[in-house]
Design a protein around this ligand. Structure first.
Ligand SMILES: C[S@@+](CC[C@H](N)C(=O)[O-])C[C@H]1O[C@@H](n2cnc3c(N)ncnc32)[C@H](O)[C@@H]1O
Length: 691
């Protein structure tokens, strides 16, 4: 039985340091969806830097959160993280962890480093950047065409290619136009063409294999393996373009999308190769340890799917290129290969309400043209209010507008024929994918747009917010999620029900009876954001503990657990590196979901994970290159107790028309015994534990 060591330690002395930290910082370590958590006001959470309330004196304290720092020691010893059922209570664990001396000190260190712009040591790991990807893929193409293809491994290939003496090649002057035959589509979404004349690879945006194109060398620091280019003209289209019309008039100039010239089926195939190449090149694993990558699962919506847009406009400095003083600025996205902003009136991958919002926000900026000095980014985030019909008969005789009016919660009309989705969590997972029977655009008196989508069983009202501190709501299956408009939430709502269902259906190890007493009971949700995984997977687990460094997201996660009726989920605002310390969940019964930002997880986090040894790991990532790097480390292990085997690997297309793909990988724990071969491996040195 686990004994909570933080309780017994003479810890958390209320030094003047910790007292002052709590009083003067926005750090919100206190946890769990405790009943008292207040619903944020319309304006959202308090702005960063705003001083939190002074702690109350002990006599005034009314809940766990109000316990003054001076009496935490005593308070912690009163907590019991074990429920009467014998299972662990994540909310109490979250309170205890949040108040542990270790976590508070770690958070103070993190903030110190952040304020002094100190980065954690990178350990020389790959960052999975587009440049690194291009180096590997360009060198593979060079190797295909050059005698050095006899060299034995990719790493050596890169080295050898980089060693080509500069004099061996006449540098091509910038802006020179060249005719090229595109051979490969890189994982960055750019075409790659090898030129024997120049003995180098050209990276040509907006092209695919089979295209013959005219491209212009882009000015850049000389690179030994490739030249970046601007696309000039299609001289002969690839057969793959046949029957495909790009959905956006800006495609070919805007930097946002790369693949609109490909059929959707071809986009999905290409994304499968991105995952394959990422694991082949970035995982440092013997190919025998990487299972065949499964087919990419597509997005129900291939346009009009993005629920967040961040167009920007430049400042009005008279010297700025493309800017005429006093004229409305271009508002949109950067041109490919350029920092110049191009004016974009409509973005076809964004949802219709965001495009309506774009019109409104553009007009606002244009009105202020003469006062404009600085450039800025505009936030556009969709928000949905869902009304479900309590029953068809209850609706009879009412128009949808009347039903909606009746169902308006703000008016507190309890005789409503409709209710919000939060009142009716059993609503169908597939609701969101039914086709609306009608769609209506309307505007309020201030000119703010709203779109009403009527379905047979419910009505979705979509609005947008451009307020960084505003809140937005999204529905994913039977759950609703509120989050700060500027905090992270997945951008493609149309694929989320399918994605979450897939994760849910594959959570349990294949050989495990989901009803057996030793089944997985506990979920650790690392990089949990506003609780997407923690909340929507909670029906499968007895207890869920989430961690995220963004305290606004954690506050939202607690409220989301509460509003979705999830009683046993606790959330901690801290660096993910603090997740495993003092967690009492039995590793044999624990699953960890990892969903880090593009840069991936820290090596420290991964080492701790292997030390802790949860039975199963699900790794989700929007950067399959850092995902491959991290999973490579989990498979190799850290020489501690456990390492991992990849059970399955595939992409989900969260980002249609672009070169990005979301990677999803399930891993199972195996004992860590030495001898997992590094690349290059002899293929025979498989780990005995896996046989
Ligand atoms: C890709 S998002 C995933 C969020 C969530 N799982 C979801 O799907 O909505 C990555 C999250 O990692 C958080 N994050 C970034 N660095 C972190 C760190 N060092 N420790 C903990 N969380 C971190 C961000 O705040 C963000 O919410």
């Amino acid at each position: 039985m686990w004994r909570p060591c933080i309780v017994r330690r003479p810890c958390l002395q209320a030094t003047s340091f910790t007292k002052s930290f709590f009083r003067h910082s926005t750090f919100q370590p206190f946890c769990a969806n405790e009943p008292k958590a207040p619903e944020p006001k319309a304006g959202g959470f308090p702005p960063k830097g705003k001083k939190p309330k002074e702690p109350q004196s002990q006599s005034q304290a009314t809940s766990k959160d109000d316990i003054p720092i001076e009496s935490l020691d005593g308070y912690l010893t009163t907590l019991n993280p074990i429920l009467p059922s014998g299972e662990y209570d994540a909310r109490t664990i979250a309170v205890m962890k949040s108040r542990s001396k270790r976590l508070i000190e770690a958070e103070m260190t993190r903030r110190y480093r952040q304020s002094h712009k100190l980065q954690k040591r990178s350990h020389g790991l790959t960052e999975g950047s587009p440049k690194e990807v291009l180096v590997l893929e360009a060198s593979a193409l060079l190797v295909k065409h050059k005698p050095i293809s006899v060299v034995e491994d990719d790493a050596a290939n890169v080295k050898e290619s980089e060693d080509i003496p500069e004099e061996a090649r006449e540098p091509l002057p910038d802006h020179t136009e060249v005719e090229l035959e595109v051979e490969e589509l890189s994982s960055t979404g750019d075409g790659l063409a090898y030129s024997a004349t120049h003995d180098i690879v050209f990276v040509v945006p907006f092209t695919i294999p089979g295209d013959r194109v005219l491209a212009k060398k882009y000015p850049q620091a000389e690179h030994p393996l490739f030249y970046m280019t601007d696309f000039v003209k299609l001289l002969r289209p690839s057969p793959q373009r046949e029957g495909v019309t790009p959905g956006c008039k800006y495609f070919g100039t805007c930097s946002g999308c790369q693949l609109q010239m490909l059929s959707y089926e071809d986009q999905l195939k290409h994304k499968k190769t991105i995952v394959e190449k990422a694991f082949a090149q970035f995982s440092n694993l013997d190919p025998a340890l990487i299972p065949p990558v499964l087919d990419t699962i597509g997005s129900p919506l291939q346009y009009e799917y993005r629920t967040k847009l961040t167009p920007h406009y430049p400042g009005s400095s008279p010297n700025k290129e493309h800017i005429v003083w006093g004229e409305p600025p271009p508002i949109g996205f950067c041109k490919k290969n350029s920092r110049a902003v191009m004016d974009i009136e409509q973005c076809p991958i964004a949802t219709p309400i965001l495009n309506q919002g774009l019109k409104v926000e553009r007009a606002k900026v244009q009105e202020r043209t003469t006062q404009r000095r600085k450039g800025a980014t505009i936030l556009l985030r969709e928000s949905t209010e869902r009304m479900t019909t309590a029953s068809k008969s209850a609706l009879s005789g009412l128009t949808i507008e009347q039903a909606l009016k009746n169902g308006n919660k703000e008016q507190g009309d309890s005789a409503a024929a409709t209710t919000t989705e939060a009142d009716n969590p059993a609503a169908s997972v597939e609701l969101a994918h039914l086709k609306p029977t009608s769609t209506e655009l309307s505007f309020n008196l201030q000119g703010d747009p709203r779109m009403t989508y009527t379905y047979p069983t419910h009505v979705d009202i979509k609005t947008y917010t451009s307020d960084n501190r505003g809140m937005s709501t999204e529905y994913v299956g039977e759950f609703s999620f509120r989050s700060n408009a500027n905090s992270f939430f997945q951008n493609n709502n149309s694929i989320l029900p399918k994605f979450i269902k897939h994760v849910r259906d594959n959570c349990m190890p294949k050989d495990m009876d989901p009803q057996a007493p030793g089944r997985l009971k506990y979920l650790l949700d690392a990089y949990c954001g506003s609780g997407l995984f923690g909340v929507s997977l909670s029906p499968l687990f007895s207890s869920v503990l989430g961690i995220d460094v963004d305290s606004h997201s954690i506050q939202a996660a607690r409220l989301n657990a509460q509003s979705n009726g999830v009683p046993n989920a606790g959330f901690i605002a801290a660096d993910a590196d603090q997740l495993f310390a003092d967690v009492p969940f039995p590793p044999d019964q624990t699953m960890v979901v990892i969903d880090p930002p593009r840069k991936g997880a820290s090596e420290d986090f991964l080492a701790q994970l292997c030390q802790f040894g949860p039975r199963r790991v699900v790794y989700v990532s929007c950067n399959v290159h850092t995902q491959a790097r991290d999973i490579g480390m989990l498979v190799h292990g850290f020489g501690t107790s456990w390492r991992y085997e990849i059970e399955s690997l595939r992409g989900f297309d969260f980002f249609p028309q672009t070169g990005h793909v979301e990677g999803l990988c399930f891993l199972d724990r195996v004992p860590d015994v030495p001898d997992v071969p590094d690349v290059p491996g002899d293929g025979n040195a498989a780990n005995p534990a896996t046989e």
